[in-house]
Write a protein that binds this ligand. Structure first.
Ligand code: 1PR
Length: 524
């Protein structure tokens, strides 16, 4: 039995799944006594520093947690579960932390995308049992905008580089805490957690890994999911968003099985898009929640779910906020949600009125679950124009001339799965969404989707240059060289593909093998 501290602010499902996979029975603590009586305690902090401390105080957890930490019993903190041990954080000035380790939590001051999202390495600074079986060159999944800065090096367990070196794990007696997420770090992460659970394992220093460590470019498998004519939930794939062939929805496999296969092949993340959610109320769409639940039991890399995240009125007149819809997905095992159509409508409104109307879904969800949990999925298509000032949109000069020989185009955002074009361009959309609190952009391209013609590099460069949050390049991957191209000719942080993986033309392992020594990747 292992105790898990959950103050009810977010997704702890993946940590529970990882611990259960390692044979543990997890008890979620519901009061201070549960903390005081625990033999081993795991704390996956979620949300922001200020709201975490507020929640811990409200639940009267601060004193029992501090006594537990002083008792010398095993403790594993993850992400904010590391930051809580410090004196305070720049994220919430004036709010004290637990003060177990002297020092502050600071925001990244780097000329790189923040949050720091993705797979990065660790450099061991002292022996620990958690290193057993590691080779030293493994990468772990990070997602954070703040990092700890201890006053002394005494308890630094690992360091990682992102613009500069920061402390990525600490160890003080039986207290171990990591900034990265072992529960989302594939087999290496599970091995590290298993080492923590077995307190009899010897403390070792792993072989030295790369120095400096490098953030990997991510390879993401995307599963577009919908119900077919027979009523089964299937993975499908469109050609420029048209998923039907001879009147039938293309059926490329079962969502849970395919996701499991991509995890085994080395996918760095998996994205599910419920592509018909704009028609129906998604919380009635229980199969999708079930797909997430089942997938997250066996897949230990980040899971994103998109489709239908917006406000609803159900048939009984009950209002559901986008936040409530997202909460259901997080509870079922999602780590991030992706917003498509609703983001376009929100930005349109802001551009029209000059101000954000009330609390929109992007701001709401990112405030509760953190910016990193909100991805904006953009579905743009090219619109050619004769001159750069022909329209009031972000126009680019293109090397791919239009049907009338035009050398300029803009990227029109669409909603409802590409069915409806709107008067917003992709660059503006990305910029406004970043300001509203989005943590990442999933940049599709209808012109390239399913064509195998390669990514639209001009689109990716235009958007990437306009925002500082990570951008996932999507649509058009047709061979392994396209991945090298997108990572060397743009600053994309990740590349997503669907068709070539589903049709087994190329495996994720083959993509990674090809990229080895050309582009920084997480080895399979
Ligand atoms: O608008 O918030 O309900 O979200 C709906 C989501 O569903 C959006 O993210 C939208 O991109 C997606 N979607 C809607 N209709 C379709 C469709 O195909 N008919 N799929 C659709 C979008 C595009 C990519 C695809 C890449 C890579 N799929 O995600 O996976 O283009 O494909 P490729 O490698 O085969 O070229 P909302």
């Amino acid at each position: 039995m292992i105790a898990l501290l959950d103050y009810g602010a977010g997704n702890v499902r993946s940590v529970i799944n990882a611990l259960e996979r390692l044979g543990e029975t997890v008890q979620i603590v519901s009061n201070g006594d549960d903390i005081l009586q625990a033999d081993r305690l795991v704390f996956p902090g979620v949300g922001g520093f200020g709201s975490m401390m507020h929640n811990l105080r409200e639940k009267n957890f601060i004193d029992p947690l501090t006594s537990y930490l002083r008792s010398g019993r095993p403790f594993f903190g993850i992400c904010l579960g590391l930051q809580v041990l410090f004196d305070g954080s720049e994220e919430a000035p004036g709010v004290p932390g637990l003060g177990i380790i002297p020092g502050q939590v600071k925001r990244f001051t780097v000329d790189l995308a923040v949050p720091h999202i993705g797979w990065n390495g660790i450099k061991a600074r002292q022996p620990s049992r958690i290193f057993n079986g590691l080779h030293g060159d493994e990468k772990f999944y990070f997602v954070h905008s703040y990092h700890v800065a201890p006053e002394t090096d005494e308890w630094v367990l690992t360091a990682t580089d992102y613009g500069y070196e920061f402390v990525s794990a600490i160890q003080k007696g039986n207290i171990i805490a990591t900034q990265f997420h072992p529960e989302k770090s594939g087999k290496a992460g599970l091995a590290l957690l298993a080492n923590f659970l077995d307190t009899t394992r010897e403390a070792i220093i792993p072989a030295a890994g790369p120095d400096p460590t490098r953030l990997a470019k991510r390879i993401i498998a995307c599963l577009d999911v919908r119900t077919n004519n027979q009523g089964d939930l299937v993975v499908t794939k469109g050609d420029q968003y048209d998923v039907r062939e001879n009147g039938e929805v293309r059926n490329l496999g079962k969502p849970v099985q395919l996701a499991g296969r991509y995890y085994e092949e080395g996918a760095d993340e998996i994205t599910f898009l419920n592509i018909t959610a704009f028609r129906d109320f998604p919380l009635k769409d229980m199969p999708m929640l079930k797909v997430l639940e089942l997938t997250s039991k066996n897949v230990f890399v980040p899971l994103t779910i998109g489709g239908g995240i917006r406000d609803y009125k159900d048939k009984d007149g009950r209002h559901w906020s986008a936040l409530e819809v997202a909460a259901e997905y997080f509870r079922s095992g999602a780590d991030k949600i992706s917003i498509g159509s609703d983001a376009v409508l929100i930005v349109e409104d802001i551009l029209k009125t000059g101000q954000a109307a009330g609390m929109n879904s992007i701001a709401q969800i990112s405030r509760v679950y953190g910016n990193q949990a909100v991805v904006i999925s953009i579905d743009p298509r090219r619109v050619y124009v004769k001159t750069p000032d022909a329209v009031n949109h972000h126009v680019i000069e293109t090397t791919i001339p239009g049907p009338g020989g035009e050398h300029y185009c803009w990227y029109q955002c669409t909603i409802k799965g590409g069915r409806e074009g709107r008067e917003v361009d992709a660059v503006t959309l990305a910029k406004v969404c970043e300001q509203l609190g989005a943590g990442e952009i999933l940049l599709n391209c209808i012109d390239r989707d399913g064509t195998n013609a390669g990514f639209d590099l001009e689109l990716i460069n235009a958007v990437k240059n306009a925002v500082s949050i990570p951008v996932i390049a999507s649509s058009g991957a047709g061979n392994v060289a396209h991945f090298q191209e997108v990572f060397t000719r743009t600053e994309a942080d990740a590349a997503l593909a669907a068709g070539i993986f589903h049709r087994q033309e190329v495996s994720i392992g083959e993509v990674k093998e090809y990229l080895q020594n050309k582009v920084e990747i997480r080895p399979v």
